[in-house]
Design a protein around this ligand. Structure first.
Ligand code: SAM
Length: 292
């Protein structure tokens, strides 16, 4: 019996922490022009995608992150018509966004075409509905360059990036957030993948600290995602409208019903509202960031 291959999650190596996954079968492995990409089968988490040693998506728990990064900003906004996704190569975010039939356009700006191409083969549950939807537009470009130059305006911007390393680092800068504000429509909102505060508090503190001078509302909300290890994951929140994240569950429920009450497995109107009720240590990180 050949020795089983174990693949390490190396995102927290600087903390002296590694987590390894037993590989049942490697489905695809490539050093792309931008990053190391490996997709493998895991007996508990299903298909797992890693980029530069950081878990990106697993078929077992992807629904949590994808539902919370999409339905929260879109239903909080209430009148979104144009959505921008920065990153999102596996198309899991786009698949959830497109469930909102009132949307007119969904633009995804992904730097690495390889991620999309292999997702078409290995994540058809995401890519098939996305690429047959006429509202969807795929742009292969650096998200930084796109938001700095596009003449389009977006009601919701979803930054489904990797972590602040490699090509993803630029998506955690003041310049990027200022450019997102530039192409955000009045009353718009941006949400960002902002890591696990228990393991990487500086990522959240840094982003919210940069949101503060740029947006009327700088905050975050949380969700528990098993394979983003270390407790709650934080999603950054930056909006031109301070009221968006304060709607009661009955308002969100009414909007969800109007949107067709599509099936979800994690998000509910109550979970939507509760997600902004932060554990004290995370709320203190956000307060500290806003005092900077
Ligand atoms: N859900 C995952 C997570 O929470 O970490 C992220 C999903 S997706 C795989 C992240 C995508 O961001 C990758 O496909 C990567 O190629 C893309 N990306 C990284 N840097 C980028 C940049 N500067 N512009 C556009 N896309 C970028």
């Amino acid at each position: 019996m050949p020795e089983k291959r174990w693949l390490p999650e190396t995102l927290f190596e600087d903390l002296g922490f590694r987590m390894t996954y037993a590989v049942e079968k490697v489905l695809y492995e490539q050093q792309t022009a931008h990053q190391h990409l490996v997709l493998f089968e895991h007996k508990h988490f299903g298909k797992m995608l890693m980029l530069d040693g950081a878990t990106q998506v697993t078929t077992r728990d992807e629904f949590i992150y994808h539902e919370m990064m999409t339905h929260v900003p879109i239903l909080a906004h209430g009148k979104a018509r144009n959505v921008l996704i920065v990153g999102g190569g596996d198309c899991g975010i786009a698949e959830e966004v497109l469930k909102h039939k009132a949307l007119k356009s969904v633009v995804q700006v992904e730097i690495d075409a390889s991620v999309i191409e292999f997702s078409k083969e290995h994540f058809p549950e995401f890519t098939k509905p996305v690429f047959r939807d006429k509202r969807f537009e795929s742009v292969i470009a650096d998200g930084m360059k796109y938001v700095a130059t596009t003449s389009r305006r977006f009601d919701v911007i979803i930054v489904d990036s990797t972590d602040p390393q490699g090509p993803g680092a630029v998506l955690f800068t003041k310049e990027f957030y200022a450019a997102c504000k530039r192409c955000m429509a009045p009353g718009g909102v941006m949400v960002t993948q902002n890591g696990v505060p228990f393991m990487q508090p500086d990522e959240l503190i840094s982003s919210v600290g940069m949101f503060k001078p740029l947006f009327a509302d700088a905050a975050c909300y949380v969700a528990a995602i098993p394979t983003y290890v270390g407790g709650h994951m934080a999603m950054g929140w930056a909006s031109k409208d301070q009221t968006l994240r304060r709607h009661p569950a009955r308002t969100i429920a009414a909007r969800y019903q109007k949107a067709g009450s599509f099936r979800t497995k994690y998000w509910t109107p109550e979970v939507h509202v509760a997600a902004f009720a932060l554990p004290r240590f995370i709320a203190e990180h956000v307060q500290r960031a806003k005092k900077k």
